[in-house]
Design a protein around this ligand. Sequence first.
Ligand SMILES: [Zn+2]
Length: 235
Amino acid sequence: MEVYILGYGGWISQATLGYTSIYVKTDINLLIDVGECTYLKITQCGLPWPDAVFISHRHGDHILGVATLLLHARKLNRRLKIVASAEVIEAVKTLATVTAIDKSLSFVDFLESAGDVQIGMTRLKFVTTSHPVFTQAVRVEHMGKCFAYSSDTAPSREVEELARGCDLLAHEVSGNPGQEEETHKLGHSTTLDAVEIARRAGVKMLMPIHFYVEQPVISSPIPLVLPTPCGRVVI
Ligand SMILES: [Zn+2]
């Protein structure tokens, strides 16, 4: 399994970070979250057209790039699976309508992220996170390897369970240690929270993601993988 980092910022973060988006290669090419400029990032990183996209929730930094992706599906005559909750599927359809690209929807196969989703030999599992809008974390399993992505969430036992024993957990870190109260109120986690969840879940590596600060303050007993633009992690 190969995990590529397309972006790792929160919605209003340093522009150089991009928006949190991850591209996972198994027997399929899976894009996870699609903020603005995600299609541009895919091409800049030299990655092929994704077979499927999982969209965790409808906050703009996770979904606003979907219209461009849909338009390219039509232009390239490629089909695209969109895996998401019913709420997010409705949001995608609305975005296609308001941006006047409804015709592109005929190139999309929607798969609701209720229960497990199997695409080829890749299995996706989901839990609902602790965030102001309906949000799902995802676990990607393939050939005995496992990658988990928290999406946006305050510290969550469900996310911890989802990530249990994974090779790599990408967990959001919207705040630094000492900012727990205000960070949790907004439905986010600090670096300290992410390390604690990774430790309890027994993951092999932790990737802090979804920064609002250029340099998150983090110390971890678990090996850290720091995201870089187009950075690749092989697990
Ligand atoms: Zn969010």
